[in-house]
Design a protein around this ligand. Sequence first.
Ligand SMILES: Nc1nc2c(ncn2[C@@H]2O[C@H](COP(=O)(O)OP(=O)(O)OP(=O)(O)O)[C@@H](O)[C@H]2O)c(=O)[nH]1
Ligand SMILES: [Mg+2]
Length: 325
Amino acid sequence: MGLFRSIVGKIKAGLEKTREVFVSSLKSLLLGRRLDEALIAEIQQRLLLGDVGVKTTTRLVGQIRADFREGKIETGDQVLAYLKAELKAMWPEQDRRLNIPAAGSGATSGPAVVLVTGVNGAGKTTSIAKLCSLLRGEGRSVMLAACDTFRAGAVRQLEIWGERLGVQVVRGQQGGDPAAVAFDACSAAKAKGVDVLIVDTAGRLQTQDPLMRQLTKIRSVIARQIAGAPHETLLVLDATLGQNALRQAEEFDKAMRVAGVEGQPDKGGLTGIFLAKLDGTARGGIVVAIKDVTSIPVKFIGVGETPADIQPFDPEAFVEALFEE
Ligand SMILES: Nc1nc2c(ncn2[C@@H]2O[C@H](COP(=O)(O)OP(=O)(O)OP(=O)(O)O)[C@@H](O)[C@H]2O)c(=O)[nH]1
Ligand SMILES: [Mg+2]
């Protein structure tokens, strides 16, 4: 329980803006009030403004209205308790950990590979530093691959993180083929026997076909080098984009699937979402909306700019952190 409280505490700090704007306004709307139809309409508005998404909002409000008409709920306080319980129940028991062998398990299948994708400036490189720090804290050895050969300064940015975190960064030529860097990185990771190789990629829009194909080429190279790799393909989403982030999740997943893995067109979609910059937005409800429209699990949330500002996504802790005083 101590650990749970400390996790809730950290998420709370990261969700400050969402708590201040979205949850506080819901609370002040509801606490001490008797429920009526006008109040229910207000609740609907607030949920939509909080980026909870149309589907979930419609379901929640529909249930509140039905319960109100049947006399099952009468007060705003009951609505709050209902919302909290319903939100917590939205995520099924699911393994949200990275699909990589447990630290010290002595797995000999080679390094686990985490391929990190997303649009420009989403927070990919910073999130990689966070993941690296988290995995090292669990006793795993990590190597980074600088496959963003496109943006000037991108390799250096990753190298600086590598130096700070004390991990090797495999790099290639600026402007060179990122798939070649991925190839070299896989070789180096195997030779060194590291546990996890994290691959940074250049930002790209899901609509830029050649760049999406480049991504699938990187993935194919990795798959040929290491059996079962990439073990994870993460999409980093910028939470401050609200509903636009949703569209990216859907379209990135689709683009990756369509491009597919050789002979397996449906394989190769995203395995998880790293939701970055939650600290910078009042739109924390986006986590609910993501659940609404995609089956891709949010595995991590980013709540600041330092390597320590990462939390595995835990629905229970997340909802507690949102609503707790
Ligand atoms: N507040 C906050 N800022 C973040 C978070 N994650 C990333 N950032 C900031 O977002 C900016 C962009 O981060 P990068 O990691 O460079 O993003 P990127 O996706 O690698 O960008 P490109 O390589 O240019 O596509 C930086 O200023 C980061 O410090 C977060 O969780 N919270
Ligand atoms: Mg980057």
